[in-house]
Design a binder for this molecule. Structure first.
Ligand SMILES: [Fe+2]
Length: 380
């Protein structure tokens, strides 16, 4: 059975403490502390998810405890207890990193909803961190595709979780909010990018340019969502490509080129157990197809390349032009415009090039990424 999340209640007054115990014990593991010293002791020794903290106590002040928690154990969520008279202190506490505050006298429904919301979010974040640590372990090694696939398929819990994540991302209807599962996809893609310092931020920028193009087209909510997920995950197959090849400066041998060019198929293999939508799978498999049919892996031509995929491949190549690469500097905007025109109908869908040129016309230099953070150091 999954272990319960745990909460420490810190209040010198017995009344509120008892009330909170009664409300929270059916759902969570609950600990109590009656003063600051006892609280700090328990915070250091116990594995806690949340501290509910009275700000006004004799001795060790609530705000000091809050500061200590944020310094020593930042992953613990803190909720402040306060009366109407000291609302300003509560607001200050939120500035110091508290997640929310509860007003005395208590409103039971409000307490449950505030605490459930914060702890549900924390659980999600913890799962994501675990997942990324596991994934980071895999990304860090020069694993063969077989090993990566083996590690993934051998973790049914992980696959189940990813499935759940993507189904929620896919759920049509509600707007994408920051902090929901799309955030997960974003962090996942950043983890992948750690494997290749020169593409740091690439997926976010591809998502940004894809979105600019999408705004000039008529796409459904579900298609917009697929486009976002696809933009973030299009290069997931690089997980299965040897880091030495990805880092290589200078030209690839034929053998290396063949391996590099397998990343779209590897990507599809990796996401197959998750059951992503067909649109997203197409983006992953076909983002290196050329409009004239000379791309890879399948040599698809023209409208046979799904439209969302054409958007991502145009955006991806545009991003390659506007950023520095190991083998050349970013191109000036004027040259980029010329190159886009030349490649219309060859590499890119001419209609999308026309839209992209409109966007460049409207935004000018503003469309270029801020020049340019040095690649992050790679710890893998
Ligand atoms: Fe790619």
């Amino acid at each position: 059975m999954e272990s319960r999340q745990s909460i420490l209640i810190v209040d010198d007054e017995a009344g509120p403490r008892e009330a909170l115990n009664m409300i929270l014990k059916p759902f969570y593991g609950v600990y109590n502390a009656t003063d600051g010293n006892q609280a700090m002791d328990m915070i250091r020794k116990t594995d806690l998810d949340m501290v509910i903290l009275d700000l006004k106590m004799p001795g060790f002040q609530g705000t000091d405890i809050l500061r200590e928690i944020k310094k020593e154990k930042n992953q613990i969520e803190v909720v402040i207890l306060t009366g109407f008279g000291s609302l300003k202190t509560a607001v200050d506490a939120i500035r110091l990193g508290a997640a929310d505050y509860l007003l005395k006298p208590f409103n039971v429904a409000e307490i449950i909803s505030v605490i459930n919301r914060i702890l549900a979010k924390k659980k999600q974040r913890d799962q994501m961190t675990d997942f990324l640590n596991e994934l980071g372990g895999m990304v860090g090694y020069d694993s063969t595709l077989e090993e990566v696939r083996h590690s993934l398929t051998n973790k049914p819990a992980l696959i189940g979780y990813l499935k759940e994540v993507f189904e929620q991302v896919m759920e049509p209807g509600d707007m994408v909010q920051p902090g929901n599962h799309l955030e997960f996809v974003r962090v996942l893609s950043e983890t992948l990018e750690n494997k290749d310092p020169f593409t740091h931020g690439h997926s976010s920028r591809v998502n940004y340019y894809s979105n600019l193009l999408a705004q000039k087209m008529t796409l459904s909510q579900a298609e917009l969502r697929d486009l976002q997920v696809g933009a973030y995950l299009h290069d997931i197959g690089k997980l299965g490509v040897d880091t030495k090849i990805i880092y290589k400066e200078g030209s690839f041998t034929r053998q290396e080129l063949l391996l590099m060019r397998r990343h779209p198929e590897i990507g599809v293999d990796l996401v197959t157990p998750i059951g992503l939508s067909q649109n997203v799978v197409s983006i992953i498999r076909h983002h290196h197809e050329f409009y004239n049919g000379t791309g890879y892996p399948d040599g698809l031509k023209g409208d046979a390349i799904p439209v969302l995929t054409r958007i991502v491949s145009t955006s991806e190549s545009f991003d390659a032009m506007v950023t520095d690469r190991p083998y050349r500097k970013a191109l000036p905007l004027k040259e980029i415009v010329d190159e886009l025109k030349q490649c219309a109908g060859v590499q890119f869908d001419p209609d999308l090039v026309r839209l992209l040129l409109e966007i460049i016309e409207e935004k000018g230099e503003e469309i270029l990424p801020k020049r340019f953070q040095a690649p992050r150091s790679v710890t893998a």
